[in-house]
Ligand binder design. Structure first.
Ligand code: NAP
Length: 252
């Protein structure tokens, strides 16, 4: 018996990194998953690997509202319902307050903040009447809890995700919808996103490791296991909360 038997999950940015690990863990625990991303190849390969009866890939840019409707309808058509949304798609680019430009700012806010906003909005509307227990999980970051001078727009987007999560959780609670909404705050996790940051400067790796008291970066599966707990009914009394997964980074 799996911890997500009979659940249907949408995982945005599920083609690689943390999102791919979440998709794999969810399927291992009995869920059906719809994974999305802008580029098809990696996501389609992952869906094939997970099994066509258990996984579907749909192309999506989370910042575009019309593409949310497409993803929701494809999920209902293939699996009949939605119980879980993991708003995971996100980008991270270095830029400080002095050097920020409109492109960096608009791209980061559109994907990380507006994309998550649509995921919450569509999630609530497609889940509220399904008669089952539901969970929306938003990938914020330690950068949604503390400031980083090199991540000006990213800080803004992830801080926004943190408080948007609480507003949506309270809205669902007061309306007695069976939908919980929580945020996850990872430290640095070894994924293509962090690899790209490291590629800009090889000394970044040692610096990033030094920020985590446990002396290493995180693994995608370590975040996926937290998402699994929040997606399952094991977390039935948790809503509007922040779940940190950071090797002690923010304990300092
Ligand atoms: P990643 O390795 O770069 O993967 C990002 C995923 O999101 C890819 O599947 C990417 O596919 C997709 N994506 C990007 N923009 C998209 C868009 N507009 N619409 C739909 N999909 C989009 O990133 P990651 O490190 O796994 O990070 C996942 C999430 O965790 C992000 O929200 C990130 O901010 C957060 N996080 C990561 C870390 C970390 O250290 N890695 C720490 C804290 C928080 P396409 O490019 O094909 O669209």
């Amino acid at each position: 018996m799996g911890r997500l038997d009979n659940k249907v999950a949408i995982i945005t940015g599920g083609s690689k990194g943390i999102g791919a690990a979440v998709a794999e863990r969810f399927v291992e625990e009995g869920a059906k998953v719809v994974i999305t991303a802008r580029h098809a190849e990696e996501g389609e390969n992952l869906a094939k690997k997970l099994g066509e009866d258990k996984a579907l890939f749909v192309t999506q840019d989370v910042s575009q509202e019309a593409e949310w409707k497409k993803v929701m309808d494809a999920t209902i058509e293939k699996f009949g319902k939605v119980n879980i949304i993991v708003n995971n798609a996100g980008i991270g680019e270095y830029a400080d307050a002095e050097k920020i430009d409109a492109d960096n700012w608009n791209r980061t806010i559109a994907i990380n903040l507006t994309g998550t906003m649509w995921g919450i909005h569509y999630g609530i509307n497609y889940m509220k009447d399904n008669g089952e227990s539901n969970s929306i999980i938003n990938l914020s970051s330690i950068e949604g809890l503390i400031g980083d001078p090199d991540l000006f727009a990213y800080n803004a987007s992830k801080g926004g995700v943190r408080l948007m999560t609480k507003s949506a959780a309270l809205d669902c609670a007061r309306k007695h919808y069976n939908i919980r909404v929580n945020s996850i705050h990872p430290g640095y996790i070894m994924t293509p996103l962090v690899q790209n940051l490291m590629d800009t400067d090889p000394s970044v790796k040692d610096h990033l490791i030094s920020l985590h008291p446990v002396g290493r970066l995180g693994k995608p599966v370590e975040v996926a296991n937290m998402a699994l707990f929040l997606a399952s009914d094991e977390s039935s009394f948790s809503t509007g909360s922040e779940f940190v997964c950071d090797g002690g980074y923010t304990a300092q």
